[in-house]
Design a protein around this ligand. Structure first.
Ligand code: F6P
Length: 425
């Protein structure tokens, strides 16, 4: 429908059918004209500058700026469309806080961690916390968000975020906003995409940390427990455990049996290996036990903040084996720093494709990576769901083939044990 080759400019003319502030995205009709070195007559005569909005919601991660940069450059180069960025996720849309972004002010941000727009993981437009008399009341501010969007003359919104942002976006689509979602999170737990950007950078940081922990573990003959983020998903623990040469990996999806963990340490000792590395996902829990909640953020859609299970694991191991344990919790370190090359590429591809999707009028969808191709899924199919590690995942099989303990009793096959456990709980 339009030509994307370099040096050719695509002109976009927009017509809104229907009336009223909440015209549905289906009523918005885009016309595309492309030219090869010349401006089409009709487009040239009727050209109106279009505008799209972008926001980053949820916890930050490396690669957010790479997406923003790709969006701004694609909007400018391929469509001659302006971009405004809302500050602090949906908060900015609700409170009308934004800045205009053009190719000049995205220069140099590709390699920068965090987000130049700011973010918030408490800005659900349908349940928006407002401080009143020293306490929070929760208001539905979604109509205010729609009014601001329309007053700014926006033609599309690109929402970059995790499951919370995608759920809010699915709701805003129902209110008539033309939204394209872009998946980010170090947790890698969004359904529909093979991977989210941010995950690889966090994996690199975790792996480097585990590498460093190895030398001190070896010198002191200790069990070193490294706790990584990931919330309810064990992807970061599993991948960094394998990449960093961990010996035991504990994930939220598979409640651990402490005897199995201790057996693995003893087996290593019997083989003359006087240290062990345990990589623990922050959402891990013992069989019959609970996740460790570090704090509750009551204004956040998911109030629980996990962290600290590694201290429990250390105490349990020391209670059963005469060996010293030490704990390292990597925490927010995993969200910081420059994005890896993989994440820069993925974030850039997502950013470019999200603008093309907006131009094609593909709203209510999230761009995804599947089999290394850019595809899309409905936001509704993403909202409220989590992609978790399963017993049959190839990486689980890989870890087991390497002889790693994944926290199950040493005398029972892993898949069999957790299938039975799932049936009885
Ligand atoms: O979802 C990303 C994440 O870093 C999780 O891994 C972690 O549990 C959570 O965010 C921490 O949130 P906060 O930034 O509010 O402490």
């Amino acid at each position: 429908m339009y030509n994307m080759s370099r040096g050719r400019r695509v002109y976009l003319i927009y017509r809104q059918n229907g009336s009223g502030a909440s015209a549905n995205s289906a009523q918005r009709v885009f016309f595309f004209f492309f030219c090869e070195g010349q401006v089409p007559k009709f487009a040239h005569m009727n050209k109106i500058k279009k505008r799209i909005g972008v926001l980053t919601g949820g916890g930050d991660c490396p690669g957010l700026n790479a997406v923003i940069r790709a969006i701004v450059k694609t909007a400018d180069n391929d469509y001659d469309v302006e971009v405004i960025g809302f500050k602090d996720g949906y908060e900015g849309l609700i409170d009308n806080r934004f800045l205009e972004i053009d190719s000049r002010n995205v220069s140099g941000i590709l390699a920068r961690g965090g987000t130049i727009l700011g973010t918030s993981n408490r800005a659900d437009p349908f349940n928006y916390p407002v401080l009143q008399d020293d306490d929070y009341v929760y208001l539905d501010r979604s109509s205010q968000a729609v009014r601001n969007f329309e007053a700014l003359g926006l033609d599309a919104l690109i929402a970059i975020g995790g499951d919370g942002t995608m759920a809010a976006s699915a709701g805003m689509v129902k209110k008539g906003l033309p939204i394209v979602g872009v998946p980010k999170t170090i947790d890698n737990d969004l359904v529909g995409t093979d991977v989210t950007f941010g995950f690889d950078s966090a994996l690199v940081t975790a792996t480097e940390a585990i590498d460093k922990i190895h030398t001190t573990a070896q010198s002191h003959h200790r069990v070193m427990i490294v706790e990584v983020m990931g919330r309810y998903a064990g992807w970061l623990a599993l991948y960094s455990g394998v990449a960093g040469g961990g010996d035991i990996i504990l994930m939220p999806e598979f409640p651990y049996d402490i005897r199995g963990v201790c057996d693995a340490v003893r087996t290593r000792n019997a083989q003359g290996k006087t240290f062990s590395i345990v990589v623990v996902g922050e959402g891990a829990k013992p069989i019959g036990g609970d996740m460790v909640v570090a704090r509750k953020v009551k204004t956040s859609p998911d109030a629980l903040r996990l962290g600290g299970i590694s201290h429990q694991v250390a105490a349990q191991i020391e209670g059963m084996i005469n060996i010293e344990c030490r704990v390292t919790i990597l925490g927010h370190l995993l969200r910081g720093g420059t994005p890896s090359a993989f994440d820069r590429i993925l974030a850039t591809r997502f950013g470019v494709e999200s603008v093309h999707m907006a131009a094609r009028g593909e709203f209510g969808k999230m761009v995804v990576l599947r089999n290394n191709q850019m595809e899309s899924v409905a936001l509704e199919d993403v909202a409220g769901k989590l992609r978790l590690v399963t017993t049959d995942h190839e990486m689980i099989q890989t870890a087991l083939s390497l002889g790693l303990s994944l926290g199950c009793p040493s005398d029972v096959p892993f898949a069999e044990f957790y299938t039975k456990l799932a049936e009885t709980h």
